[in-house]
Design a protein around this ligand. Structure first.
Ligand code: IPM
Ligand code: MN
Length: 363
């Protein structure tokens, strides 16, 4: 297996966590006789500072020429006063649009070992395993027109979808549900928004192609509550861009830390992989960041871009094992150094790597 991976580590903790994930992927490649070629380019705040733009042309060209793009994080407080089109986030949004992936897969699952980290009671989250399919290229994020008319003191964005945009992401969600527990929850605001009525009607049409999957609809406000009250009732959750952004962060509560969660964006020319946590500038460069989200994102590269399911599963199993053994990064330990062995970013990376290696060698 040969894979050309472009790493855009970006800002804040992006570089340190992607480093750990890359080390895991290199070991997996060496053990299995695979060739993973890594190339590195700038994106986000670091690119604004060094290249004058959040998405330099050579980053974009390299991304389009790769088999997979692995992004760390973008953003930093020093850019907060810039307009949306100049900010680090614009680099990420431009990259998403150029790569064309419209289905952003965001798993949210409970780790038994991290149950104490969640403000939800253990009996509520135990066994929860949700896969969000967030539409990534439409809705308010990309809809035109958009503008802040300062003279008028008025601003507008547009939540806009075509039937085809909804149908293609719905198809992916139904297919994934078919490989899981055969349940799909589509989230909208069809009691108020026309765009949601189109969304719901289209999802119902697509459902006819997937008779084995049970479809239900939820309004986004109610869904925000159901996710906290009864997260186990959901399997695949399909939703538009902004709703998915919000609900996926909310669901970090189920896991107990956003630092654990990976994502994969599929359906376009080149798949894009990014952990869900942000750039966390307050802890960047201190060896405190949790590399698990990035490492588990590496597992998704193996699953969705390399077809190496056993290796992907080994990384996921290793992450669990390391938690079982009582190893925690500071964010996960939450000051409890008595019961846990608290590790730095690189120590945690090494621990997962050693565990993956043992699993693969003994497999
Ligand atoms: C995410 C992030 C991004 C988004 C930002 C950084 C543009 O919040 O991936 O969830 O809003 O999509
Ligand atoms: Mn977000």
């Amino acid at each position: 297996m040969k894979l050309k991976i472009l790493v855009t580590a970006g800002d804040g903790i992006g570089p340190e966590v992607t480093n750990e994930a890359i080390a895991v992927l290199r070991d997996v490649a060496a053990l299995g006789g695979h060739t993973f070629d890594f190339d590195f380019k700038r994106i986000g705040g670091i690119a604004i500072v060094q290249d004058g733009t959040p998405l330099p042309a050579d980053t974009l060209a390299a991304a389009l020429d790769s088999d997979a793009v692995f992004l760390g994080a973008v953003g930093g407080n020093e850019f907060n006063s810039l307009s949306p089109d100049k900010r680090p986030e614009a680099g990420l949004l431009g990259l998403r649009a150029a790569l064309g992936g419209f289905a952003n897969l965001r798993p949210a699952f409970a780790f038994k070992e991290l149950a104490v980290n969640s403000p939800l009671r253990p009996e509520i989250i135990d066994g929860a395993d949700i896969l969000f399919v967030r539409e990534l290229l439409g809705g308010l994020y990309f809809g035109q027109p958009r503008e802040w008319d300062r003279a008028k003191g008025e601003a507008w964005n547009t939540m806009r979808y075509t039937r085809d945009e909804v149908a293609r992401v719905a198809r992916i969600a139904f297919q994934l549900a078919g490989k899981r527990r055969n349940k799909l929850t589509s989230v909208d605001k069809a009691n108020v928004l026309e765009v949601s009525q189109l969304w719901r009607a289209t999802v119902i049409e697509v459902a006819a192609e997937f008779p084995g999957v049970t479809l239900e609809h939820q309004y986004v406000d109610a869904m925000a509550m159901h996710l906290m009250n009864r997260p186990r009732d959901f399997d695949v959750v399909l939703t538009e861009n902004l709703f998915g952004d919000i609900l996926s962060d909310e669901s970090g509560v189920i896991t107990g830390s956003l630092g654990m969660l990976p994502s994969a964006t599929i359906g376009g020319k080149v798949n894009l992989y990014e952990p869900i946590h942000g750039s966390a500038p307050d802890i960047a460069g201190k060896g405190l960041a949790n590399p698990m989200g990035a490492i588990l994102t590496g597992a998704l590269i193996l699953r969705y871009s390399a077809g190496l399911e056993a290796e992907a599963a080994a990384i996921e199993a290793a992450a669990r094992k390391v938690l079982e053994q009582g190893f925690r990064t500071a964010d996960l330990a939450r000051g409890n150094t008595k019961d846990f062995k608290v590790l730095s970013t690189t120590e945690m990376g090494t621990k997962v790597r050693e565990t993956v290696k043992t699993m693969l060698v003994n497999a």
